[in-house]
Design a protein around this ligand. Structure first.
Ligand code: CDT
Length: 314
């Protein structure tokens, strides 16, 4: 069966290091430059990283007051980020951006937004799977304090109408969990976008470094295929004040194939013309959910958090 193609210019703007000394204004200038480049290549939509406006601050132990003052945004857009919204509007390009959100009632989220071609925020997501720890690990080479600085997201994974595309979003560690993707695929997502900051060294166990990239890529490839979506993932990477994070920003087709991949650990734009009809082909065949899924046999997924006893069988 032939489908009518629906092509979208999809770009990922990977970022190299953002150091402690870098101002938000200088970061936004880099984002604007990459948005212009993406637009020049025909992009309708650009994906920026998680916590894109600052260094990956959860690697540092500090008081909550200091963290809030230095790294959180109390409004979006704000004066520092406004140039990105202005550029998006003048070019007619939508975008996804990750940042640390401090709400008026004092909640702190690792958040991301979807912004349409008119530079209107159409969706907000607050990270659900927060990795790391909340205590000060004095023996560790650096910290991963997302459990200290952020509250768990208060809304389920969502899908929004972004300029006539059904778009879902998540953040970094979320990509490793199959539930993340399935919940959005069940809302008919066509594209799932995400940003990430993945340290190349794991402070919890001596993980071989090459596995970091391997796990990043297999989760994106398998999840795009199993959920019939385009996936676009933007890294913040390279050495932030000496702390290395993996690059490997990618765009993955619903076939599970990588169709664009960053080759540096710097600011780098990758882009494709993504045919959304490709996902439809999979949804109508091998992954026709309505025909083939058997949720009555998946109960444990929502009933249990961790492993337990085998089910009683008749
Ligand atoms: N930012 C983020 O979620 N990073 C995690 C690191 C996990 S190791 C504590 C990731 O899954 O890439």
């Amino acid at each position: 069966m032939t489908m009518h193609s629906r092509k979208v210019g999809l770009a990922v703007a990977q970022m190299g290091a953002v150091n402690l000394a870098d101002s938000r204004a200088s970061v936004v200038k880099r984002l604007v430059e990459m948005m212009r480049e993406a637009h020049g290549r025909g992009a309708d939509f650009v994906v920026f990283p998680e916590l894109a406006l600052t260094t990956f601050f959860p690697r540092y132990w500090m008081s909550m007051q200091e963290a809030e003052q230095r790294y959180f945004e109390t409004s979006m857009p704000n004066a520092d980020v406004q140039p990105l919204f202005d550029t998006a509007k003048s070019l007619g390009v939508g975008f996804y951006l990750g940042y640390a959100e401090l709400t008026p009632d004092g909640q702190r989220f690792n958040a991301s937004i979807l912004v349409n071609k008119q530079a209107e925020i159409v969706g907000k997501y607050r990270k659900i799977h927060l990795p790391g720890h909340d205590d000060h690990k004095l023996d560790a080479p650096f910290q991963h304090l997302e459990k200290k600085y952020f509250d768990v997201g208060d809304q389920p994974f969502g899908v929004w109408n972004l300029d006539e595309i059904k778009m879902g979003m998540c953040l970094c560690n979320d990509r490793r969990w199959p539930e993340t993707w399935r919940v959005m695929s069940l809302q008919s997502a066509e594209i799932i976008v995400l940003g990430y900051n993945t340290p190349s060294r794991n402070i919890h166990w001596p993980e071989p470094v090459h596995l970091r990239m391997h796990h990043h890529l297999i989760t994106l490839q398998a999840s795009a295929y199993q959920n019939c979506v385009w996936a676009a993932a933007a890294a913040k990477c390279g050495y932030e004040d000496g702390h290395h994070m993996i690059g490997g920003s990618v765009i993955v087709a619903p076939t599970g194939e990588i169709v664009a991949q960053a080759s540096t650990e710097d600011d780098e734009v990758i882009s494709v013309s993504a045919d959304l009809a490709l996902a439809e082909t999979f949804r109508k065949n091998v992954f026709d959910f309505a025909r083939h899924r058997r949720p009555e046999h998946y109960r444990l997924i929502v009933e249990r958090t961790g492993p337990g006893e085998p089910l009683e069988r008749a």
